[in-house]
Write a protein that binds this ligand. Structure first.
Ligand code: C2E
Ligand code: CA
Ligand code: CA
Length: 231
């Protein structure tokens, strides 16, 4: 396994403000296997628990290496699967930060709406603990899941990530523009940060900027790249 990193960029300043860590399987015969092919299988078999642990550890090691190399702190966002999001996660994350000697400003966790639907009280407690550690939480693929708006006020979420499916047909599709615009405006009013994923064109960027979107991630700026290239 190897982690690739895709930059997240502040629209106003053009600065890289973070990176999403995306796992790749470097298969000896099949070449690079994308996560869409093996993550679902790993989730079914339970192997995802080991992958999740490996990813978190690898991201912290990378953070430490970038800290040692003199890079300013930036959020490295790790994708959590439902199984990672279990009791003990706040303690595990806290321990990882300590083991690698990095501050919470180096880490961010991406969760999806589906993870918030069950065991709500337990989940809120865990999220509050993670938040109290100073680690940012973002809600991935926003708008594609159950989208219960009530959790936006109940959960300590820092950032909403507009799903790529709403970005892809901007600015031609009026409905997608309306949905993306509404998510941005709601984020602002709730005082959440908002990022659009899958931004590929200048037209998409111009629209998102005009609506007040804070950040973008996508091929327009850079695809996910190995750490050497990210540097
Ligand atoms: P995701 O979290 O929604 O990640 C964003 C996906 O969009 C990534 O695909 C990224 O390469 C892709 N992407 C980013 N910008 C663009 C763009 O401008 N155009 C297009 N066409 N695509 C773009 P990737 O790396 O194949 O990952 C797919 C999914 O696999 C991720 O979706 C995530 O759900 C899962 N995944 C990846 N790494 C991990 C991991 O370490 N742990 C877990 N649990 N899931 C992971
Ligand atoms: Ca993600
Ligand atoms: Ca996503």
């Amino acid at each position: 396994l190897k982690l690739y990193y895709q930059p997240k960029v502040n629209i106003a300043t053009g600065a890289i403000i973070g990176a999403e860590a995306l796992v790749r399987w470097l298969h000896p015969e099949r070449g690079m296997v994308p996560p869409s092919e093996f993550i679902p299988v790993a989730e079914e078999s339970g192997l995802i628990v080991h992958i999740g642990t490996w990813v978190m550890e690898a991201a912290c090691k990378q953070a430490r290496a970038w800290l040692d190399a003199g890079f300013p702190p930036m959020h490295i966002a790790v994708n959590l699967s439902a199984r990672d999001f279990s009791i003990g996660l706040p303690q595990r994350v806290d321990q990882l930060l300590k083991d690698h000697g990095i501050g919470p400003e180096w880490l961010e966790l991406e969760i999806t709406e589906g993870m918030l639907m069950n065991n709500t009280e337990t989940v809120i407690t865990m999220m509050n603990e993670i938040s109290a550690l100073g680690i940012a939480l973002s809600l991935d693929d926003f708008g594609t899941g159950y989208s219960s708006l009530s959790y936006l006020k109940r959960f300590p979420i820092d950032t909403l990530k507009i799903d790529r499916s709403f970005v892809i047909n901007i600015p031609d599709d009026g409905n997608d523009c309306a949905i993306a615009g509404a998510i941005i405006s709601m984020s602002k009013q709730l005082k959440h940060n908002v990022i659009a994923e899958g931004v590929e064109t200048l037209d998409q960027l111009a629209f998102l900027k005009s609506m007040g979107c804070d950040e973008i991630q996508g091929y327009l700026f850079s695809p996910p790249v190995p750490p050497e290239k990210f540097e």
